[in-house]
Design a protein around this ligand. Structure first.
Ligand SMILES: Cc1cc2nc3c(=O)[nH]c(=O)nc-3n(C[C@H](O)[C@H](O)[C@H](O)COP(=O)(O)O)c2cc1C
Length: 188
């Protein structure tokens, strides 16, 4: 499926599984939980919805540089285990581990596609797209690596926060963990 048809499909199937729709309860209720009810299995469809809803988060030039790897099989979690050594309880008991890659420093490669979708959906005039693309594509590729990493980290952190709030609105608990070894995990 192309990114375009995926985006359209996911936008059609958002907010179908929300169980808490009260802002204060969502913000107050989100707490880091380390030990989960192993009988709960979140469907792939709902995980996709949670990621799509979290992806409504703002990002620099709307480039959405976060990349998410979902690990929800016993085999995948077994591979992950040695890389999350202080957080094995979460790995073993959770329905899914979401590895959020902080983030794609070449996300400008997708910016045309993202802006074309915005124009097709009537959310951005074609003229604005063209001038924005000119600015973005002449600037971002030339930025030093450290700045690209910084931009991707900020955007991915905002996405991660939104993801945890969205998951809570779906009735699920989460626990953010940060680890350099997860970079290796994503490739495992
Ligand atoms: C970047 C980051 C890394 C974290 N790493 C871990 C971790 O490795 N293990 C863990 O159990 N909690 C981790 N936490 C969760 C914090 O301990 C938790 O957010 C904090 O104690 C506040 O509790 P709350 O999330 O319930 O409000 C991390 C949180 C953040 C933001």
């Amino acid at each position: 499926m192309s990114k375009k048809s995926y985006v359209i499909k996911m936008r059609d199937s958002m907010f179908n599984h929300i169980v808490i729709n009260d802002f204060a309860s969502i913000v107050k209720g989100r707490r880091s939980v380390r030990n989960y009810d192993e009988t709960i299995k979140i469907s792939k469809e709902e995980i996709s919805e949670i990621i799509s809803e979290a992806s409504l988060a703002p990002s620099s030039a709307n480039m959405q540089p976060w990349r998410v790897v979902v690990v929800d099989t016993p085999e995948g979690k077994e591979k992950l285990r040695p890389l999350v050594r202080f957080n094995t309880l979460q790995n073993d008991t959770s329905s899914a581990m979401l590895l959020i890659i902080f983030g794609d420093t070449q996300s400008y490669l997708y910016v045309k596609e993202i802006y074309n979708i915005a124009v097709e959906q009537g959310k951005m005039p074609a003229k604005v797209r063209d001038s924005q693309l000119e600015t973005i594509l002449s600037m971002y590729p030339t930025l030093p690596k450290e700045i690209k990493v910084e931009v991707a980290k900020v955007d991915s952190s905002i996405f991660t926060m939104q993801l945890m709030l969205v998951a809570h609105a779906h009735g699920y608990d989460t626990n953010p963990t940060g680890s350099n070894s997860l970079i290796k995990a994503a490739a495992a």
